[in-house]
Design a protein around this ligand. Structure first.
Ligand code: OOG
Ligand code: MG
Length: 253
């Protein structure tokens, strides 16, 4: 299969909410090929009228690496079609086997054209928010290799953003909780994300520079989940609370 064919299969799987087998190993897909496929996948979305709203990092915490059996940092692309309104109710049937995870989001206030340091972050990021990410692997049984998950745009499916707060650069000790119908299901501190979630912005700036992608003013960056993800269940409400950043929720039917 060509890279384009793999991108079309993954795009079709997302549209029809039908899982497909893994394809990377059988087709000799390298990590670089996988990011090419991811780009093709995004081009298909852009051709349908979607626009890029930001980027996400994946496997930035031990909890996520252990859950999914992948140990490398990955990145994916977010589009406007993935935005889910806070407080809204989403239809479970539009997805294959969706999971949700708690996230911290950052808002870019200045174009990022190179690798930035932790100290430089306040020049490029002005706001932060509590967020939920909905991930839905297009592969059967939510199982994949590193190359497969990258080709599948790192399972990106949806994101729900809370209210923007001014950037606080001292956030590692903040508590992050995920609730299903008011029952606490996952909990961590922000330090679970690369020891400091701001390090995700540093890593993304490096990766984007290496790949000649400009992160633009207004883009959203998801730092990566601090905890394992949980499967969505019909009729349930999901809420993330981050100490000092408030809360955001959505429900599924
Ligand atoms: C891949 C996406 C990982 C995160 O926050 O670590 C991710 C997956 O788990 O399917 O979004
Ligand atoms: Mg995530």
């Amino acid at each position: 299969m060509t890279k384009k064919e793999i991108a079309e299969i993954l795009d079709g799987a997302a549209i029809t909410a039908q899982a497909v087998p893994q394809m990377a190993t059988a087709n000799g897909v390298s990590l670089k090929d996988a990011y090419d496929i991811q780009r093709e996948l995004i081009e298909l979305r852009i051709n349908r009228g979607e626009s890029i709203t930001g980027y996400k990092l994946g496997f930035t915490s031990k909890a996520k690496m252990l859950q999914m059996g992948v140990n490398d940092l990955i990145w994916g692309i977010l589009t406007d079609a993935m935005e889910v309104s806070p407080g809204s109710t989403a239809r479970l049937a539009q997805w294959i086997h969706p999971r949700v995870e708690p996230e911290i989001a950052f808002r870019v206030s200045e174009n990022i054209n190179g690798e930035i340091s932790l100290e430089e972050i306040p020049h490029y990021i002005d706001k932060m928010a509590v967020a939920l990410e909905i991930i839905d692997s297009r592969y059967e049984n939510f199982k994949f290799t590193l190359e497969d998950v990258v080709a599948d745009n790192c399972s990106s499916t949806g994101y729900v953003l809370g209210t923007w707060h001014d950037l606080n650069t001292n956030i590692s000790s903040l508590k992050i909780d995920l609730f299903e119908n008011n029952v606490l299901v996952e909990s961590a501190t922000a330090a679970a994300i690369l020891d400091n979630p701001l390090q995700s912005v540093v890593e993304l700036s490096r990766l984007m520079f290496e790949n000649s992608i400009q992160v633009k003013k207004g883009d959203v960056i998801l730092a990566g989940a601090a905890t394992a993800a949980i499967f969505l269940k019909p009729g349930c409400a999901y809420t993330t609370v981050v100490e000092g950043l408030g809360t955001v929720s959505f429900s599924v039917k």
